[in-house]
Structure formats: structure tokens, C-alpha cells
Write a protein that binds this ligand. Sequence first.
Ligand code: PLP
Length: 423
Amino acid sequence: MTLTEKDSQYLWHPYTQHKTAQLPIAITRGEGALLWDENNKEYIDAIASWWVNPFGHSNRFIADRIYKQLTTLEHVLFGGFTHEPAIKVAEQLMKLLPKNQQKIFFSDNGSTSVEVAIKVALQYFYNKGEKRTTIIAFEDAFHGDTFAAMAASGISFYTQAFQGMFIDVVRIPVPVKGKEQLSFDTLRKVIQEHDCAAFIFEPLVQGAAGMVMYEAEALDQLIQICRDNNVLTIADEVMTGFGKTGKTFAMDYCPNVPDMMCLSKALTGGTIPMAITTFTQEIFEAFYDEDINKALFHGHTFTANPTGCAAALASFELLQTPEMQANLVRINQRHLGFQEYIKKHSKVTTTRVLGTIFALEIKKEGEESYYGTMRTKLYNFFIENGIIIRPVGNIVYILPPYIITDEQLQKIYTVVEKAIEMV
Ligand SMILES: *Cc1c(COP(=O)(O)O)cnc(C)c1O
């Protein structure tokens, strides 16, 4: 039996209707931007395995650090105990984060980092004796699949089975070009009409919505409106963090800073599941009290796992090397070059680039759904051609590991162009 056949017997995959889905491809090894399946077919990982892998697969530098940590202290409980890797992660992260971020809280994945941020926002006001229970989020947002994260997410088929069971969330339009004023006005109105605790957003790029982009000036305004009204702001940088937008964080483009940030995905260089929520000192102080009930009663068994921390530390180091910073610039320039070329194609309606992220929309007849037929045709074409790309409806995006070579990038561009011809 092949791995793929055995898989069907035992495994339940994410976002998969097993009755109609194609069987999964069994990957047996990876190196750099490349992956190989059980038949030794080679693939270029053009989406960094769901945006987690900036430095390439099976990275030796990170692996050695992980091994060293595993054979020194693999794990210890974080309730009542602490350890150097966690402290070092905090020290290093503070150097990278906006200056107002002073406290960090560990969890295991992007959804839980959001869950923590939303719970903290709600309890912040509870602790102060103020009734503020509504969360503001963007239309088409994606913040994860746990309950509060799902409530904040606006992509309907992820959440429709659970309607009516959520915390209160109100949505405002994304301030894409031409919609800025509508977004500002709606935010002001929502704040007037509801007891709003916090505004959560994916800064500059909405990943799961199909790399929808908007300008930093617009985000800056939205944060300012929240600030003027004492509404907390949560920047969900789970996708955008650690270089994807060309800067370490998308928030680095924005003069106004958020009150909280959510980090995961590339945090450990795509090796060990870990997440962090970061806070201002002011938020921490709303929980700091003689009264035990004001504490944050939230935690995960693997909180601040030292092995994950070692991987994160190695990743911070790699990201800051001149070589890696040069890669960010190089990928951006290549993307811009391809954009100039492909935007003239008669079947391409829009293109967008920010940092290492490239996206284009293909002209469609009628409505094309998230997992529709054009999407399936495109996906299969990419796989046949040895490229891992997961289109979102008629949107094709590229978000490669930063160590991808120019030749590999060129191959991706060539296959993308052929795919546009094909559909
Ligand atoms: C992926 C993602 C999440 C959820 O992270 P998981 O690790 O999949 O739980 C949350 N927010 C954003 C912006 C994401 O891209």
C-alpha cells in the first residue's frame, strides 16, 4: 500500500470533504524550497507550506538548535517555573516589536494567540468594571478556527454551522482603494452604537481572503479612531509577521501602534508549533492586582515549550542576517517585474504585491467560489507542473520561502502564466 492509500484508512484532513476531495500527496522529504513525494516527484513550495516556512525545509541551523535544546531541556511546565529560552525569546522579540509591546504570552498556534488576545480584551474591561463586550472585525477576515477566533472571522463557510453561538462581533468594510472613507465612517458608527472592547484586524494583507491588500495610511486612521474612543486594537500578524510584507511586521509600515499583537506561523521558522500574543504594559496592569480573580486564567500545557523557543530564537537570528534581508528585497523586485509583465494579460483583472507576497485575479465568468471549479482546475494544473499553490477561488497567490532561488521563482511565474492561459 502507498502512504496515500494508508492515509485514507486512518486520517481526517483539515478543510477537506473526504467524499469528493482528491487523495492527498504523501511528502517524504524537503530541502530549501523543494519537497518530494513518495514517488520522488519534485515540487516547489510556492506558498511556504501555508505561510510558515521562511528559511526552507529541513533547515540545518534551526534543526541543530532544536536538537541542542531537546538534549538540554525539552520541556518544563510554565506555571510557577520559567526558563532561559522563554526569557531570551521575550528579549529578542522586544527588539523587533513596536516599542509599546512589553509583555508576551505563549500558546501553541495562531488561533489560540487570537483567542488569548480577545479574552484579554474582554477581561481588560471587565476588570476595570466597564461593560464592553463587542469585538470589531473586518469583513472576510480570517483569525483562526477556535471559537472566539472563528467569531471574529468573516469567511462564511468556515463558520456557518455555528451561527448564533458566538461572542458579539460587528464587521466593518476593509479599507481597500476607494472604500477607505466607508470603512472609517462605519467604524465610528459601530463604536457609537455598541459597547466595543477591541478591533481585531489582519494588518495590510488579509491572507485567507486571497491576499486582499490595503494601505497603511488607512489602517493608521482606523487605529486612531479606536484610540480616540478607548477601543483596544489587536494586530493579527500570524500570517504577515517575520518579513512577509518586506518589513519584520506589517505594523512597521504604520505610525500608530496596536495594543496587542498575535504571532505564529513563521515564528519558529516553520518547525515547531508555537504562538505568542504580545501586550502593552498598560494592559498587563489591568490584570495585576491583590484580587486573584483579576488574573488571566488561561494557559496551555505546552506553553513556552523550550524547544519551540529555541527554534524561534534561531529563526530571529536567520531573519536578521544580511543575506535573508537581501532575499526579501530580491523576491519583492522579482514579483514587481512579473507584475509589470502579467498585468497586461487580457485574462488578468488585478495584481498586487507587498514584500514577498504576490497575488493576481483571473477573469471569471459568473461567481467563482472559494473551492469552486476554476480553483480545482488551477490547483491540479499547478500540482501536475510540480508547483504547490493553493488558489483562493480565482485568486492565485505566491508567498515563497525567502531562500527560493531566482530560477525556482521564474519557474513558478512561467507555470502561473500557463495556468492563466489554460483556464
Ligand atoms: C493562519 C492564521 C490564523 C490561525 O492560525 P492557526 O495556527 O492555523 O490556528 C490566524 N490568523 C491569521 C491571520 C492566519 O493567517
